[in-house]
Design a protein around this ligand. Structure first.
Ligand code: SF4
Length: 598
């Protein structure tokens, strides 16, 4: 893997792109006007190991305290870059650029608001909006040049301009075009100290947008550094899975110069997670590529043809060797047949389908050459050790319903899988591939992040069709299965629970978003298959909530609106009223009761 050769730009004293390390960043969620609280939180984020801290500037009072924040953070010996986050009020970016090292702007905000009913743009209307945007950018670019500041064009799936949506819909392509329109305006005005981001709360949309962006940049001879993240990832295990899925997958393809893990938790808690995600790539990213090595955008097929049939028409299969685990099949040992069953941890003989109790055989490769072996007419599990068993797979040709449980000591799982798939292709075999992962780590979070890093790209391309984890640090068997189901859910391969989207909060959040998100999870635990959003404000809220079944959106101090789909159905509720109304609404929607685990 080679890193996308982004140009180096200066963000204060921590340059970005080039061969610089992957920079880590987070964002404050204090009220920016509260200087003491904002400075204290900024320092905590830097102490946790961040390279950059972003601070939102929603109004002129916030803009007026930026010099004081900069001074106090520097006086505390954190002379590191601060980035101002600007939405809706481009004039505030002009103030911020004088005091902070970089400014993040949203391409959705640099033209006048179209009339509510405008849904089409003629060629000349479209062009005149681009001209207006270019004109509106001039003062900011001039100030940034004067003060030596960088700008991030922060495109969000949830807040694309109506102009772009009118032509391309809410799509990764629209995100790319929106970003390119800005980059071209910047270049035409002689400004190139630019980083870009294209975030969505859906990791797959995020990955597709970045891949397309890099492809377009290469075609156009551009190489701007990329800020990578999945926005509104939520909290806890789900938030980590979504973030790791989006970020790790892109890093595996050499994409990502700075990363932010957006969790609905204390911002300083994002940094250790970001560090763990970036760590496996830092050496490779900072080393100079070997002579002649050229970056090529990987070709990713998210929908490959001819997937193998999977038992019970599942989209992917989850195995476990623990009876009480959350899984589809439990692997069982027959201690009579294997006297050393307890010693040999992989000598399983049967796989029990948990839902039906049906039993299928599990073979070792040795059994293949035994003429007395009787295969099941439907499904046959076969445990293979990649490092020893590959040459013996010839004999698999006549085995019906093959499910290969694949284990390797090889560090590069992707390479091993590619070799195995090539071998199987030559043998004209198309079995279900289940990866067995032995994860020896110190914490559950480490297990989770490593599992996502090792398997995400393989799962997304359907090169593997199932997982089994063994991680001694995970004390409860159900948790390992829960992690696998969470990963399959985040990849969109298999939906078994609700999807929760919540923004990471910032100074614009005017209600207790973290508490209400937790409560929403609690009151919806008994059902699955719903998408529920809890968003702090209108910046990304309505856009990211667009395909949610229900949403709660901040509407002023202590007040929220409740949405069903795209429609606000109750306005200005207190948090308790909103939870109550949401519970009643869900109860009244019988279609919401989708059975779990399918
Ligand atoms: S959606 Fe959340 S994080 Fe984004 S600007 Fe609004 S309150 Fe801040």
């Amino acid at each position: 893997m080679i890193r996308f050769p982004a140009r180096e730009i200066y963000v204060g004293n921590k340059p970005l792109g080039g061969r610089n390390p992957i920079r880590l960043q987070s964002m404050t969620n204090t009220d920016t006007r509260d200087v003491e609280a904002t400075v204290a939180q900024t320092i905590r984020i830097f102490e946790a190991g961040a390279d950059y801290v972003r601070i939102s500037v929603p109004n002129s009072e916030s803009a007026s305290v930026l010099p004081s924040i900069r001074k106090k953070v520097s006086n505390a010996r954190f002379d590191y870059p601060l980035i101002a986050d600007i939405h809706f009020k481009p004039e505030l970016a002009l103030i911020a650029a004088r005091y902070f090292e970089a400014v993040r702007i949203n391409p959705g905000n640099y033209t006048g608001m179209p009339s509510k009913n405008q849904i089409e743009w003629s060629e000349s209307q479209y062009q005149s909006e681009l001209d207006e945007m270019r004109n509106n950018l001039k003062p900011l670019l001039k100030t940034c040049k004067e003060y030596g500041r960088a700008i991030r064009i922060g495109t969000n799936f949830g807040s694309l301009s109506k102009r772009v949506i009118s032509r391309l819909g809410n799509t990764p392509e629209a995100m790319v075009v929106s970003t390119l329109e800005f980059l071209q305006a910047f270049e035409s005005l002689g400004f190139t100290d630019t980083a870009i981001s294209l975030k969505a709360s859906n990791p797959i949309i995020t990955i597709k947008a970045y891949l397309l962006m890099v492809e377009r940049m290469q075609q156009m001879g551009m190489a701007y550094p990329l800020h990578v993240g999945v926005t509104e990832a939520g909290e806890g295990e789900d938030g980590r899975i979504k973030s790791a899925l989006g970020i790790s997958t892109l890093l595996q393809m050499g994409i990502g110069d700075t990363i932010r893990v957006s969790l609905s938790e204390a911002p300083e808690e994002e940094i250790p997670v970001a560090r763990k995600i970036a760590e496996p790539f830092q050496n490779l990213f900072t080393n100079t590529p070997r002579e002649g090595e050229v970056y090529r955008i990987p070709i990713i097929n998210f929908n490959p043809p001819n997937p193998p049939p999977i038992p019970y028409n599942l989209k992917a299969v989850v195995l476990s060797d623990q009876e009480d685990a959350s899984c589809d099949f439990v692997l069982l040992k027959n201690t009579k047949e294997f006297g050393n069953a307890e010693k040999d941890e992989n000598c399983f003989t049967q796989a029990k389908h948990k839902a039906t109790g049906e039993i299928f055989p599990v073979f070792s490769v040795q059994a293949l050459s035994n003429p007395s072996t009787i295969f099941d007419a439907q499904w046959n599990f076969l445990w293979i050790d990649f490092d020893n068993d590959l040459p013996k797979l010839e004999t698999l040709k006549n085995v019906p319903g093959l499910i290969l449980i694949f284990e390797t000591k090889c560090n590069n799982l992707t390479n091993a899988i590619e070799q195995l798939r090539e071998h199987l292709f030559r043998l004209e075999l198309n079995p279900v591939l289940v990866v067995y992962q032995r994860l020896i780590h110190r914490s559950e979070e480490d297990v989770l992040l490593t599992a996502v890093e090792k398997t995400s790209l393989l799962l997304l391309q359907r090169k593997i069709h199932g997982l089994i984890f063994r991680a001694p640090v995970i004390a409860t068997p159900s948790l390992a299965g829960k992690m696998v189901f969470g990963l399959l859910q985040a990849t969109g391969i298999r939906i078994t629970r609700n999807e929760y989207i919540s923004c990471p909060t910032c100074s614009r959040t005017s209600f207790d978003l973290v508490a209400i998100s937790k409560k929403v999870k609690e009151i919806t635990q008994h059902i699955s298959g719903l998408k529920i959003a809890v968003m702090g404000c209108v910046v990304n809220g309505p856009g990211e909530m667009a395909d949610a079944d229900f949403g709660i959106l901040g509407a002023g101090p202590g007040k929220v609106h409740l949405y069903k789909g795209l429609t606000p159905i109750k306005r200005n509720l207190t948090e308790l009223q909103a939870l109550d109304a949401l519970a009643k609404l869900i109860e009244s929607q019988e279609s919401a009761h989708i059975p779990k685990n399918e």
